[in-house]
Design a protein around this ligand. Structure first.
Ligand code: ADP
Ligand code: ADP
Length: 232
């Protein structure tokens, strides 16, 4: 089945001249697949991610996430989907400034009624896997940009979401840390998670199974990356 399905999706912003941020996009993202999205600035990448992340609804067409038509969901269901089924890594991190790294990572588990000790254990495990085991008690403003980005990643992964959406996940990372993050994505993918990653970087995109190239709000082409699935 599909993790995500878009059917003739159009998203129009009306500021004087209407702008079609997405203009008739149809896309099927199979469960457990690893998709990269590339395209120049303004091609519609963020708009697409916001629709799949249930942060926005299409002007026309249908967005189906994990079997649910997003437009048909109520606010509560949409919030639940965002907190559990979908893990979203924003470009702007959106960390809580008064919570330390561990508390930020632990937070999404509150949606699921996990007990406090399990929440902390799981958050600590994720922080270690992104290389921040020794920064658990630091506040966001005591961390570098790259460290904050990794906290946001750990938070997106902590509920073991079926679908991970990452917008430029390694834009701010040094080479070693980027490799760690991409290895972590591969681990989640191997475990069956559907990965969708927006990137400007060809070498980041090449970790995926296919690249969806956007241009002017349309899918220009879908490039399969042969052999990736077999690499393990
Ligand atoms: P676009 O207009 O194509 O959406 P972006 O907003 O994705 O462009 O990115 C603008 C610039 O900011 C790019 O050079 C990108 O590498 C950088 N960037 C994007 N996301 C991040 C991030 N999370 N941390 C640091 N830099 C980022
Ligand atoms: P990308 O992420 O590839 O840079 P976006 O999805 O951010 O592209 O933007 C696609 C187009 O939609 C751009 O022309 C952008 O200016 C426009 N756009 C995006 N968000 C808004 C908005 N909130 N209001 C008006 N226009 C927008």
């Amino acid at each position: 089945g599909s993790a995500v399905r878009l059917e003739n999706v159009r998203k129009t912003y009306q500021l004087g001249e209407p702008v079609h941020a997405l203009d008739g996009v149809s896309l099927d993202v199979p469960r457990g697949s690893y998709t990269a999205i590339m395209g120049p600035s303004g091609s519609g990448k963020s708009t697409l991610m916001n629709l799949v992340g249930c942060l926005d609804t299409p002007t026309e067409g249908t967005v189906v996430v994990d079997g649910a038509d997003v437009a048909q969901l109520g606010d509560r269901e949409r919030t639940r989907l965002r907190g559990t089924t979908v893990g979203f890594v924003f470009q702007t991190f959106n960390l809580m400034p008064r919570l330390n790294a561990l508390e930020n990572v632990a937070l999404p588990q509150l949606f699921r009624g996990v007990d406090r000790e399990t929440r902390r254990d799981r958050a600590r495990d994720l922080l270690e896997r992104v290389g921040l085991g020794d920064r658990a008690d630091h506040l966001p403003n005591e961390l570098s940009g790259g460290q904050r980005q990794r906290v946001a990643l750990a938070r997106a992964l902590v509920n073991d979401p079926a679908i991970v959406l990452a917008d430029e996940p390694s834009g701010n990372l040094d080479t070693d840390t980027e490799a760690d993050v991409l290895d972590l994505f591969a681990e989640f993918h191997d475990a069956g998670t559907t990965m969708i990653v927006v990137t400007h970087e060809r070498h980041v995109a090449e970790r995926a199974e296919r690249i969806v190239h956007l241009l002017d709000g349309k899918i220009e082409r879908i490039e399969p990356l042969e052999g990736r699935a077999a690499d393990g």
